[in-house]
Design a protein around this ligand. Structure first.
Ligand SMILES: N[C@@H](CCC(=O)N[C@@H](CS)C(=O)NCC(=O)O)C(=O)O
Length: 202
């Protein structure tokens, strides 16, 4: 159910690639144990391990690497401007959308009482931040609706990594009991289109 590994899985599937994966038990804290930390000191998933043992962490870095090796279909745009728009929108999906859902979900999740921040231990959850997260999700939905009133997809009139992150954020928001507001017609139309793609069924 973890959203960031899902971003990478969808990206691979959209590229038609079958990349073997190993599940890491985040709820059980496997990502904080020596085995996983010896691969990536940041303790976060996903991480892509190459045949020579090199590790690439951070979903957008993994996607960018794969996109350069397998340019078709293009998921980061086809011109420098499109690429800039995709990266910009992807970051907004993450910083404004994903971060708000994390605040709202994580700070109310008792099993993570001392895991308030991903990838490390010892930070108490802060229930007051739930409200900040919930407010952030509302603002995110409003802004996404506006963004999608200008073009068919989040970064323009082409499907991209930003749509993958947007979809993943919205599916993850269900854990914080949020769904697309019923009068956000542009977002609902967009969601139907991206959620029904064969590549997103992971
Ligand atoms: N910015 C990172 C975020 C990675 C991240 O936060 N991953 C979560 C899973 S969705 C994680 O590994 N959490 C570890 C934890 O909760 O301790 C990315 O793009 O990959």
């Amino acid at each position: 159910m973890a959203p960031n590994p899902r971003r990478a899985r969808i990206f691979f599937k959209e590229k038609g690639l079958d990349i073997p994966s190993i599940e890491v038990d985040l709820f059980g804290g496997e990502n904080l144990k020596e085995d996983y930390l010896s691969k990536t000191i940041w303790g976060l998933c996903p991480a892509l391990e190459l045949d020579d043992g090199t590790i690439i962490s951070e979903a957008p870095a993994i996607c960018s690497y794969i996109n350069d090796l397998h340019p078709e279909p293009p998921l980061l745009g086809t011109t420098p401007l499109e690429r800039a728009q995709v990266i910009s929108c992807d970051r907004h999906m993450e910083n404004s959308g994903m971060q708000s859902v994390i605040y709202a979900f994580r700070n109310g999740y008792k099993d993570f009482a001392l895991r308030g921040v991903g990838g490390r231990e010892g930070d108490k959850i802060i229930p007051e931040l739930i409200e900040r997260g919930r407010n952030g999700i509302k603002i995110f939905f409003k802004r996404l609706e506006k963004q999608l009133s200008n073009a068919e997809y989040i970064a323009g009139n082409f499907y991209s990594m930003a749509d993958i992150t947007g979809l993943v954020v919205i599916d993850f928001a269900k854990f914080a009991e949020f769904s697309i507001p019923s009068n956000n017609i542009n977002t609902l139309k967009w969601y139907e289109k991206v959620a029904s793609r064969p590549g997103t069924q992971v």
